[in-house]
Structures are given as C-alpha cells and as structure tokens.
Design a protein around this ligand. Structure first.
Ligand code: HEM
Ligand SMILES: *[C@@H]1O[C@H](CO)[C@@H](O)[C@H](O)[C@H]1NC(C)=O
Ligand SMILES: *[C@@H]1O[C@H](CO)[C@@H](O)[C@H](O)[C@H]1NC(C)=O
Ligand SMILES: *[C@@H]1O[C@H](CO)[C@@H](O)[C@H](O)[C@H]1NC(C)=O
Ligand SMILES: *[C@@H]1O[C@H](CO)[C@@H](O)[C@H](O)[C@H]1NC(C)=O
Ligand SMILES: *[C@@H]1O[C@H](CO)[C@@H](O)[C@H](O)[C@H]1NC(C)=O
Ligand SMILES: *[C@@H]1O[C@H](CO)[C@@H](O)[C@H](O)[C@H]1NC(C)=O
Length: 322
C-alpha cells in the first residue's frame, strides 16, 4: 500500500514537472502568470525587421550569446553602466553589440509590462527573442524553457575575461567552452550562428596581416581590398556568411570547407582538428542535421548559470537593477 502511494506520488509529480529538469526552467513557466508572453513579443522583432532594421536578428542572437557566456543567462548584458559601475556591455574588449539587439528587448519588455507587470524576466525575454531571431531568419525553431531570474550585477571585467575573441584558435575555444560545460559538438554547432550577421574589419585584420594559410587566397584578396590594413575603417563590416548573411542556413559550414570563414575562430573549426572538421562537413552536407543540432545546443546553452526561484529579481527596466 505504502509502495503504491509512493508510486502514485512519483507519477503525479513527474507529470506536474514534466517540462522541468534540473535547471529549474520549464517551457510552461508563465502558463498561469503570463500565458501569451511569447505571442506578445513576437511581433516586436518582426516589426523592426519590416522597418528595414535587418541587423536586429543577428544582433539579438549575439546578445544572447554574450549574456549566457558571461555569468550565465541572467540578463546581465542588458544592464547599462552607471557612474559607479562599468557594465558588461561596455567592456573594453569591443563587444560592438549592435543597438538594435538591446532595443528589441526593451520594446518587448514594454509590451509585457503592460500585459503582465513585474512577471517576465529580461533574461527570459532575451532567450525567447534569440529563438525568434533564428525563426525570422528562416532558421530552426525550438521550445524555450523559461523561469530565469535577472541578475543584480554586471561587470565589464568579467565580460573581458570570459568571452572568446575572433582570433582564438580551436584549443582556446574548446577550453573556454569546456569551462562552461559545453563540448566540441556545442562549439561547432553554436558557431553556426555566424550564418547571419557581420564582423568589423578589426576582428579579422590579424589573420590578413600574418599570412594565414587556412584562408582561400582570392577571399583574402577581397578582404584586403575591403579592409585595407593601412587604413582600417571602424565602421566597415564584412559578412560572416559571404553567401547569405541574412538567412539562417548551412552555407557558413560550406564556406569553411572552402577556406572562406571570416574569423580565425570560424575557420579553426574546419582546420583545427579532424573531429571538428568532421562535424563541419556533416553540417555542410545536411542542413536538417545542423538545424536539429542547433536547436538542442541552444536549449542547453540557455540553461547556463541561470538564476531561479528566489534568486536575483524580475527587473522592471531591463537596463537597470531594481
Ligand atoms: C565560438 C566562439 C565565438 C566567437 C569567438 C565569436 C566572435 C564573434 C565576433 C568577433 C563577431 C563580430 C562582432 C563585430 O565585429 O561586430 C561575432 C558576431 C556574431 N556572433 Fe559570434 N562568436 C562566437 C560564438 C557565437 C555564438 C555561440 C553565437 C550565438 C549562438 C554567436 C552569434 C553571433 C552573431 C549572430 C554575430 C553577428 C552580429 C551582428 O551582425 O551584429 N557567436 N562573433
Ligand atoms: C538591410 O536593409 C536595408 C534597408 O531595407 C537595406 O538597404 C540593406 O541592403 C539590407 N542589408 C542587406 C545585407 O541586405
Ligand atoms: C572596466 O572599466 C573600468 C572603469 O572604466 C576600466 O578602468 C577598466 O579598464 C575596464 N576593464 C575592462 C577589462 O574592460
Ligand atoms: C565599440 O563599438 C561601439 C559600437 O560599434 C563604438 O561606438 C565604440 O566606440 C567602440 N569602442 C571602442 C573602445 O572601440
Ligand atoms: C593556440 O593559442 C595559444 C595562445 O596563443 C597558444 O599557446 C597555442 O599554442 C595555440 N595552439 C595551437 C594548436 O595553435
Ligand atoms: C604567404 O605565404 C605564401 C606561401 O604559403 C607565399 O607564397 C606568399 O608570398 C606569402 N605572402 C606574404 C604576403 O607573405
Ligand atoms: C540529414 O539529417 C537528418 C536529421 O538528422 C536525417 O534524418 C537525414 O537522414 C539526413 N539526410 C541525409 C541525406 O543524410
């Protein structure tokens, strides 16, 4: 009898928490408190893109990467610097995070504060918008586990120490991802986000000047023309995926096979080891395979260092601690 009761309890609780896991996040987290939150914020990104702000999707996806990679997915990247504290987003290592990424979060927060005040965290808004960024770019979709709380701090020093640079080699990248609990598969898969967006000349100028043998010579010449080393223009950018930099697809991996990855950290995925090269080739051959791997890695990535329960806070204004 006792055994049966215990089993029934066990079955009931596993039903109740079916969407939850050890991270403490769940897909239906706002099921009671703000059931339409995803539908409410979806048009915000769509509207910005219709207005011609086509950098919004790449900017948002990158913002999510920076949020999660530094101190976990806690919305800390959204906090503005104050006189007393220089925030993550203003680290010297030029994050050059595009303003439209911040703007879409702020706009989405405004919509949600009207519908369900004080309920939805900025960290969750960013996690949902990162998925929407993939979808609007014709990339994969996935269900976003939610329940993150917002941090009460943000530091430029941590950002500088924890973020990988575009000049990193594979060994360094593997090491940095490992320190976050992410493996080589996650590294190769998540880097596929560079199928959209652009990079400033200075992010890859070093490999143009030191005769990097992994780069296709014609591609190198083209980059040298657009980004003359003698006169680097801080406003000039080059496409991370030179074929279709607004569409989320697998050309990023096809380019790597041809020595046409823009950043050292991209090309290294193909040139740095046999194991990572094998993954690059599989993704280059099979976009469906890449899409499903990307969705899984993004869900895993979105659970890094999250604050849950009574930790942190639900910020009223995403750019400020309450
Ligand atoms: C593997 C380590 C990574 C390195 C070293 C890296 C580095 C960079 C660099 C240097 C840029 C160019 C920034 C600029 O000049 O404006 C960039 C852009 C970008 N990154 Fe990464 N990144 C990495 C991983 C990721 C991940 C995991 C994601 C998302 C899941 C991501 C998403 C993006 C996007 C979408 C852009 C384009 C942003 C825009 O056009 O405004 N990156 N990244
Ligand atoms: C982004 O949108 C603007 C305005 O609609 C357009 O001028 C620009 O060419 C677009 N960028 C790309 C890379 O298509
Ligand atoms: C962080 O900001 C402080 C204050 O502006 C500055 O002195 C320091 O160099 C910055 N550190 C990094 C790594 O960006
Ligand atoms: C970093 O990038 C931003 C935006 O692209 C720019 O306004 C800022 O001046 C840059 N900061 C440094 C230190 O290069
Ligand atoms: C990667 O870069 C680090 C730091 O510059 C260097 O010590 C290491 O030898 C490099 N590894 C490879 C395989 O090139
Ligand atoms: C770069 O290296 C190649 C051989 O790997 C050589 O033929 C070429 O002259 C070098 N170019 C420069 C600018 O050093
Ligand atoms: C591509 O990957 C998908 C998903 O893993 C798989 O179902 C499919 O069989 C693969 N297609 C080819 C041609 O290998």
């Amino acid at each position: 009898m006792e055994f049966m009761l215990v089993s029934i309890f066990f079955i009931l609780s596993s039903c109740l928490f079916a969407n939850s896991d050890s991270s403490g996040l769940s897909v239906n987290f706002y099921g009671e408190s703000c059931p339409d939150m995803e539908e409410l914020i979806k048009p915000v990104m769509e509207r910005k893109i219709m207005e011609g702000k086509n950098i919004t999707a790449p900017a948002t996806l990158r913002l999510f990467f920076h949020d999660c990679f530094v101190e976990g997915c806690d919305g800390s990247v959204l906090i503005s610097s104050t006189e007393e504290n220089k925030a993550e987003r203003d680290a010297d290592i030029n994050l050059s995070l595009a303003g439209d990424g911040f703007d879409v979060v702020v706009q989405a927060k405004k919509v949600l504060e009207e519908a369900c005040p004080g309920v939805v965290s900025c960290a969750d808004i960013l996690a949902v918008l990162a998925r929407d960024a993939s979808v609007v770019s014709k990339g994969p979709s996935w269900e976003v586990p939610k329940g993150r709380r917002d941090s009460r701090s943000s530091s430029n020093e941590t950002a500088a120490a924890q973020l990988p640079s575009g000049e990193s080699n594979l060994t360094q990248l593997v090491h940095m991802f490992q320190s976050k609990g992410l493996n080589l598969l996650d590294l190769v898969t998540l880097s596929g986000a560079h199928t959209i967006g652009s990079a400033h000349c200075k992010e890859f100028e070093a490999r143009l000047s030191h005769n990097d043998s992994t780069i296709d010579p014609a591609f190198r010449d083209e980059l040298m023309r657009n980004c003359p080393l003698s006169n680097i223009n801080p406003d000039v950018v080059q496409r991370l995926d030179l074929i279709t930099n607004l569409d989320f697809d697998n050309f990023f991996y096809q380019n790597l096979e041809k020595g046409k990855g823009l950043l050292t950290s991209d090309q290294e995925l193909f040139s740095g080891s046999a194991e990572s090269r094998e993954l690059v080739s599989r993704y280059a051959q099979n976009q469906t395979f890449f899409f499903s791997a990307f969705a899984s890695s993004m869900v895993k990535f979105g659970k890094l260092g999250v604050l849950t329960g009574s930790q942190g806070e639900i910020r009223k204004d995403c750019t400020k601690i309450n």
